[in-house]
Ligand binder design. Structure first.
Ligand SMILES: [Zn+2]
Length: 228
């Protein structure tokens, strides 16, 4: 082959290679890639070495377990902090008056004559298990929430169904017993439901209602630490 033609061909081929390479670079630099879950232009990384900081996603984690199956659907009557009177109460007739210190979990229609198991919402130790006016069977558990001592009040339980006694430990999710029978001594004459209260500190205060709104500060809304 003629040396001159070969040289020209080589130069043309080299130029073509350079042009193709540059075109490819321009196109590819405009592309975005995903770095640490964020889209970044390849160009930015190539020119500035910018790599976005990885941010930890904030994922709320429910701390408390569910006291009953399908717990969220059961909150249809008295919520935490609600001011109840005989006139405005969703429960009629109503004998209580005051700020509700807990959350009520209702039963489904088909559960009226069925055993409805109640589970511990946290790991803890049983502080109290007795019959109390306004509740029927009640169990109080000492737990911790964010390194703070709390007591959890489970009201309207069938006391005879609770195998464990004061001083025994409960694990989160463990079955405590079953709900008391509707309008019987097991519920202190109330409808069949669970009253769940969370009181700050280790002192036992089983009041289901307080008369001053400021007193609610001694209780916590369990639901806020239960669902996502
Ligand atoms: Zn209640």
């Amino acid at each position: 082959m003629d040396k001159k033609i070969f040289f020209i061909a080589a130069v043309v081929a080299a130029l073509a290679a350079v042009i193709i390479y540059n075109l490819y670079s321009i196109v590819s630099l405009k592309q975005t890639v995903v770095v640490n879950n964020l889209p970044v232009k390849v160009k930015d990384i190539a020119e500035n070495q910018i790599v976005p900081e990885k941010k930890d996603p904030i994922t709320p984690v429910p701390v408390f377990g569910l006291p009953l199956e399908q717990a969220e659907e059961r909150i249809t009557k008295k919520k935490f902090g609600q001011y109840i009177t005989s006139q405005n109460s969703p429960v009629q007739p109503e004998k209580f008056r005051g700020y509700h210190t807990g959350t009520d979990f209702e039963i489904f229609l088909e559960e009226l004559n069925a055993n409805v198991p109640v589970q511990a919402i946290c790991d803890g130790k049983i502080a109290l298990k007795k019959t109390a006016t306004g509740y029927g069977g009640i169990l109080v558990e000492n737990c911790e929430l964010d390194n703070q001592l709390i007591t959890v009040i489970y009201g309207h339980l069938k006391l005879a169904s609770i195998a464990k006694k004061a001083g025994d430990t409960l694990a989160k999710g463990e079955e405590i017993g079953i709900l008391g029978k509707a309008f019987s001594a097991e519920t202190s004459g109330e409808r069949k439901h669970l009253h769940l209260g969370v009181h700050k500190g280790s002192a036992v205060d089983i009041r289901g209602y307080v008369q001053k709104e400021a007193e609610l500060a001694n209780w916590l809304d369990a639901v806020r630490n239960m669902f996502l």
